[in-house]
Design a protein around this ligand. Structure first.
Ligand code: PLP
Length: 397
């Protein structure tokens, strides 16, 4: 376990994982671009190659900058081990492909991230893996499906984009009774607000592209859990080659130093925006786990230490109103990213669920006029004023 284990996360985001990689007295982890690593002693080389001794052989397998990033996330999630991938989707697909076999059954929710949902609906069935997707937040239905027997329960909480909440502890209990593994996509909560491993999950997955990096300038994914499971995923990833680039690892490492500051500010802003919108006459509904009106607000209170920077809302005028509203916003980027220092906003149909057809989105309970809002770190008053003026431009329809 790392040197900063047990310390406050504000300290861990700055210091965890870095110490062993600070060569030549550098105060920042260097970006090691070298693809290969040389050895004069072939016995030492061999021992590194078979994992008996620390070191690096080839960049598709391991890289020092990438390892520093993995160690930082590992410590923040309180995990035994972590490994990384080129993107969040690579982390998700590598984790799934490592554990699932033909004939296995997977239980998950309808509201997973669009790409994850595509793996469930398109690719797993090709491998004779049965996928059962239950209504997100319906714990009884999920328990009943788990009880029928399954290899893996896959959760994402809060979900993208409707920020629905699943009770991780409760589902873990059902999964354990059925001998199933539990994976949790923790991208929206971040390790600042939620540690699924401490709630009993077997694996936590992040799209590091989002909050961890926080600056919308690097793609990455990471998984954390017990050593055996993480090593199996690492082994699959080193062979299929979806490795994290060292430059991306450096950007993610640097971004993570401000993770706690950013998330705190983002969730302050998100709550203020959610409260403002829920009282606005042109807004039909607001989805944010920090609002007492959220159906699973109480579960969120129990398993999260903050409600996060993501919310979504629907306008009374539907998609036509969204067409008028979005271009009026002066501050927010209209872009598919989320979790960055800049506020970003966009309809689900062009962001999280762009991979799905309108019919699929309807089946997932995502209105075509739903707007996803990722609160940045800008001034709260400016963000609220911007929403106010943009909503004024919407014709009552
Ligand atoms: C973006 C996202 C992913 C996919 O991550 P990429 O880095 O874009 O591949 C997975 N899960 C959630 C919740 C996301 O928001």
């Amino acid at each position: 376990m790392g040197a900063y284990e047990g310390m406050n996360k504000a300290t861990q985001v700055v210091w965890s994982g870095e110490k062993n990689y600070l060569a030549h007295g550098a105060t920042q982890v260097p970006v090691v671009h070298s693809v290969a690593y040389g050895y004069d002693d072939i016995d030492e080389w061999y021992e590194v190659a078979i994992g008996k001794r620390d070191g690096h052989i080839y960049g598709r397998n391991t890289n020092p900058t990438v390892q520093a990033f993995e160690e930082k996330v590992k410590e923040l999630e309180g995990a035994e081990a972590a490994t990384s991938c080129s993107t969040g989707m690579a982390a998700i697909s590598n984790a799934l492909m490592t554990v699932l076999r033909p004939g296995d059954r997977l239980v998950s929710i309808k509201d997973t991230y669009g790409g994850t949902n595509k793996i469930f609906s398109e690719f797993l069935p090709q491998l004779q893996i049965e996928v059962e997707l239950v209504e997100t937040g319906n714990h009884e239905q999920m328990e009943a499906e788990i009880e029928k027997g399954c290899r893996l329960v896959y959760l994402e909480t809060p979900t993208n984009p409707t920020v629905k909440i699943t009770d991780i502890r409760r589902i873990v209990q059902a999964a354990k009774q059925s001998g199933a593994l539990v994976f949790v996509d923790n991208t929206f909560a971040t390790p600042i607000n939620q540690n699924p491993l401490a709630l009993g999950a077997d694996l936590v997955i992040h799209s590091a592209t989002k909050f961890l990096g926080g600056h919308a300038d690097a793609l990455g994914g990471v998984v954390c859990g017990d050593r055996q499971l993480v090593e199996a995923i690492y082994h699959y990833r080193e062979i299929n080659g979806a490795s994290l680039d060292p430059m991306a690892a450096y950007l993610l490492l640097r971004g993570m130093k401000t993770l706690k500051l950013r998330v705190e500010k983002q969730q302050e802003n998100a709550l203020a925006v959610a409260r403002y919108l829920s009282e606005h006459e042109k807004v039909a509904s607001v989805y944010y786990p920090g609002l007492p009106t959220h159906p699973n607000h109480q579960i969120a209170r129990e398993q999260m230490s903050g409600f996060g920077g993501m919310l979504s809302f629907a306008l009374k005028g539907g998609l036509e109103a969204v067409r008028q509203f979005l271009p009026q916003l002066e501050i927010a980027h209209r872009a598919a990213n989320l979790g960055a220092v800049e506020t970003t906003v966009g309809p689900a149909r062009t962001t999280s669920h762009v991979e799905n057809t309108p019919e699929e989105r309807a089946a997932l309970g995502i209105p075509e006029g739903l707007v996803r809002y990722s609160a940045g770190i800008e001034d709260q008053g400016d963000l609220l004023a911007d929403l106010k003026q943009a909503l004024e431009a919407v014709n009552e329809g």
